[in-house]
Design a protein around this ligand. Structure first.
Ligand code: NOJ
Length: 451
């Protein structure tokens, strides 16, 4: 079973000298200090207060206390020889109301992080928007309000003006399919809105913002490396029955295709009836505004989904056959461990002619960890990472456009609606004491990068 590469020990040299290695995080999942130094409220601050929305009633109030401990955590990144650190800027920390007033203390904070990374020889990779919409903007309609294009533009300009002299690598947005799908259609993420009437405008405005953000960065920073990141699942039909095959194709549109195709000038896929309704939100001239030529596409892959036709599911007529009912190995998120998924998505996205370069901006796994004699031995996470990296290498050697790999994530953190229960970190966090322990997988990554 498997190719030579999968069975061979992987080493850094096989990927080439210019392959980018890193680790990824996001402000709302690590920082804590939500009410500190002038930060405004985000939609997640409000959502986590609602009963039953987040597992165990967890909130991000303290999270990993990265706000106060960033120097220690960046020192750990250095200790592990990780050359690139992806983190996000919290919009409500730099613009408490989302628009207008700029909070200098917030700006100073991100400047300290950027400066300390550079001092440690670590390249900062900045995500401009990782889901923490200022609550004041949500009160005005959030992503459903077209004014968000101007609010977002102002925010991007603030980031450029304050950080653009030192940050070379930018990601405009993180996983728009998830924050629009989970936050504005299913209601399981902040702000908890539901229905197609919220979802479709949110999608279109997110596309406009992504492209606008890219253009603003390009104009101001012509030498910057500009990308944006997409959630991608490998999709397979449950059977060869044509109904399942076409259900899988429809799911692929929602999971993988809408955003990348829209932002790359292909327009919205119109093979699904309900998506045709998006034209209600498109204004003359939008076609130009919607597209931008990104230097790289960030792909974030964790698993695959098996899809079956179902008349019961509105709009899409397809449902996921849960991994827990398929007798396959699972992570703590109940996601199937299926390493070829990352190979398949790299191949799929490499096939788009407009995709110049792919960076895996997230891949990783949550498993329950145990601290024993001050150590965390995590063979399942280690195997997951090694097997996925081997698949990335295989895709690269076969001509896939992949040029980097970032592990999700540095420390165990606040996993949105799942709270603190899933531990994705290569560094363990005791959330009572904030003590960090580098897990076996983290030590291995450090050795791998050093080698
Ligand atoms: C994607 C998201 O960008 C990140 O915030 C999340 O924690 C991971 N996936 C794991 O679910």
């Amino acid at each position: 079973m498997g190719s030579d590469i999968e069975n061979k020990q992987i080493n850094r040299q096989l990927f080439g000298d210019d392959f980018e290695w890193g680790v990824s995080t996001a402000a709302p999942q690590i920082e804590g200090s939500l009410d500190t130094d002038g930060r405004g409220r985000s939609v997640w601050d409000v959502f986590t207060q609602l009963k039953g929305k987040v597992l165990n009633g967890d909130t991000a109030h303290t999270a990993c206390d990265f706000y106060n401990r960033y120097r220690d955590d960046i020192a750990l990144i250095k200790q592990l020889h990780i050359p690139n650190f992806r983190f996000s800027i919290a919009w409500p920390r730099v613009m408490p109301n989302g628009t207008g007033e700029v909070n200098q203390t917030g700006i100073d904070y991100y400047n300290s992080i950027i400066d300390f990374c550079l001092e440690c020889g670590i390249e900062p990779w900045v995500t401009i928007y990782h889901w923490d919409l200022p609550q004041e903007l949500e009160l005005k309609g959030g992503w459903t309000n077209r004014d968000i294009v101007s609010w977002f533009s102002d925010y991007v300009k603030v980031c450029i003006a304050n950080f653009g002299d030192r940050v070379k690598n930018w990601m405009v947005m993180n996983e728009p399919a998830v924050f629009t799908g989970a936050g504005y259609f299913l209601g399981v993420h902040a702000p908890g809105r539901t229905g197609i009437k919220n979802f479709l405008p949110a999608v279109h405005h997110a596309v406009l913002c992504m492209a606008t953000g890219g253009r603003l960065l390009r104009q101001a920073l012509p030498n910057a490396n500009i990308g944006t990141t997409f959630s991608c699942s490998d999709i397979a039909p449950y059977s060869t029955n044509p109904r399942d095959v076409s259900a899988a194709n429809r799911a692929d549109i929602f999971f993988n295709r809408i955003f990348i195709e829209a932002v790359s000038g292909m327009g919205y896929p119109d093979d699904i009836k309900v998506l045709k309704r998006i034209k209600n939100y498109i204004k003359p001239g939008d076609e130009q505004l919607m597209s931008f030529d990104f230097d790289f596409i960030g792909i974030q892959n964790y698993t695959r989904e098996i899809i079956k036709a179902s008349f019961l599911v509105p709009y899409i007529g397809a449902k996921i056959v849960k991994a827990e009912n398929r007798g396959v190995p699972l992570t703590a998120m109940k996601w199937e461990v299926y390493p070829p998924a990352i190979y398949n998505v790299i191949k799929k996205f490499s096939a788009y002619p407009f995709v110049k370069k792919i960076i895996i901006t997230e891949n990783g796994s949550a498993f329950p960890d145990e601290v024993k004699d001050g150590e965390v031995h995590d063979p399942l996470r280690l195997a997951y990472l090694q097997q996925h990296m081997a698949q990335v290498l295989k895709a690269k050697q076969e001509g896939g456009k992949v040029a980097g790999y970032f592990i999700w994530t540095l420390t165990d953190n606040f996993e949105w609606a799942e709270g603190y229960h899933p531990r994705f970190g290569i560094i363990h966090v005791d959330f009572k004491t904030q003590q960090r322990i580098i897990k076996g997988s983290g030590k291995w990554y450090g050795e791998f990068l050093k080698g």
